[in-house]
Design a protein around this ligand. Structure first.
Ligand SMILES: *Cc1c(COP(=O)(O)O)cnc(C)c1O
Length: 387
């Protein structure tokens, strides 16, 4: 490759490409901040910013004003630190022996979520002195977090060292995406006790869905993830967020196939009419999940119809089984000569919403985004930056 072969050429030539609309991302985050009312709004950028790239996403949100970030691991925090110089970065999986250095060097705040971690953290403080932490308290999710009683006892413990200085106490909702579920209120009541016990320390409960539950759930800091990335926070209501990610795959070949013939592995689809098919360069290794096949996937719930792509103004169904690197779409209903090899099919984006693609695969937008794989040529677009 020569030097003149720049990124745009690579994008134009890519078999598989992902466009991330940073303006939409920032607008969604601001929308979440607006809905969070008086609470401050953080940015959850774990799992490589939900598959969209922690570097570019982290920087865009930092420039938009985010100063609190959540990552899952210390490595993610170390990467983010380069793009969010003076932000507070919380590490949700906490700290373990041997990780002190990466925390201190990158100024990361561990979220202490178990008795073991708390014990270790106290020993870190006695060795190294004051350092901030966050506390996660379990209010019914039964995933991470100190049990309620232990957290309340800790809050009242006058003998705890002065160097123990939590800057945030948090918990996580199990059913935020189901507003009518009584679990939400139970967790709210429990978390109110926790935040009252840790008076003077900031409190955080709401993820994206929790923000939609209303002001009672917002406390001091909200933690939106999926909504910022354009995904559905609350299924069953129109998604007010702008799509952020567009995945497209190139048509490598089109072909005419006679009625009665079968398509692909396992002859999973038999054609009932003379058909035109487009073979595109994306498969399950790229997160285009096999569950979206038109048929022939015995493990899929039988009521799912299979996925669709979008090209030249038309929705086109997946034909047969999705394979590792390739997917076949039925383009018979498109006018002749409208599409040809070299054109791109949208796998998801503003026409096929990521959550609709996910539903066709029997999963959720979160999994679709974080499964994108390594083969997409990525492009980040922003009107604001182009001046
Ligand atoms: C992932 C995560 C979030 C963000 O959740 P979304 O549903 O994506 O908004 C918030 N808090 C915690 C603890 C998380 O693990």
């Amino acid at each position: 490759m020569t030097d003149s072969f720049d990124d745009n050429d690579a994008f134009a030539a890519a078999g598989l490409r992902l466009t991330v609309d940073l303006d939409a991302l920032v607008e969604n985050w601001r929308d979440m901040a607006h809905r969070s009312g008086r609470a401050r709004t953080s940015a959850v950028v774990k799992a490589d910013a939900y598959g969209l790239g922690i570097e570019d996403v982290g920087e865009a949100l930092y420039l938009a004003g985010a100063r609190d970030f959540f990552v899952a691991t210390a490595d993610e925090g170390a990467t983010l630190r380069l793009y969010a110089p003076d932000a507070r970065i919380f590490v949700l999986s906490g700290i373990w022996p041997g990780m002190e250095r990466v925390f201190f060097e990158n100024d990361l705040v561990p979220v202490i979520a178990s008795e073991e971690q708390l014990t270790f953290w106290m020993s870190v403080l006695s060795d190294y002195g004051d350092y901030p932490c966050a506390l996660q308290v379990d209010t019914g999710f039964n995933r991470l977090g100190l049990p309620m009683e232990d957290a309340l006892a800790l809050a009242d413990d006058v003998s705890r060292p002065a160097s123990f200085a939590p800057v945030l106490v948090m918990s996580h909702l199990a059913c935020g995406d189901d507003p009518a579920n009584p679990m939400n209120r139970q967790q709210l009541e429990a978390f109110r006790k926790v935040s009252a016990a840790f008076e003077g320390i900031e409190a955080s409960l709401a993820n994206s869905a929790g923000i939609f539950l209303g002001p009672e759930y917002h406390f001091d800091l909200t933690r939106p993830g999926i909504a910022t990335y354009g995904g559905e926070a609350v299924p069953g209501i129109a998604n007010p967020m702008r799509p952020v990610a567009t995945a497209e795959a190139r048509i490598i070949q089109t072909r005419f196939v006679k009625a009665g013939e079968t398509v692909g592995y396992g002859r999973a689809m038999q054609l009932t009419r003379d058909s035109r098919l487009a073979i595109v360069s994306a498969g399950y290794a790229d997160g285009y999940m096999r569950g979206q096949s038109s048929g022939g996937v015995p493990l899929r719930q039988t009521d799912l119809p299979g996925g669709h792509g979008f090209i030249a103004g038309h929705r086109v169904p997946v034909a047969g089984r999705i394979t590792m690197d390739l997917t076949i779409f039925d383009i018979t209903d498109l006018p002749d000569n409208l599409v040809r090899a070299g054109d791109y099919v949208e796998l998801f984006g503003s026409n096929i919403l990521v959550d609709d693609a996910a539903r066709a695969a029997g999963t959720i937008g979160y999994e679709m985004l974080t499964s994108l794989g390594l083969r997409h040529e990525r492009r980040y677009v922003s009107e604001e930056a182009e001046e």
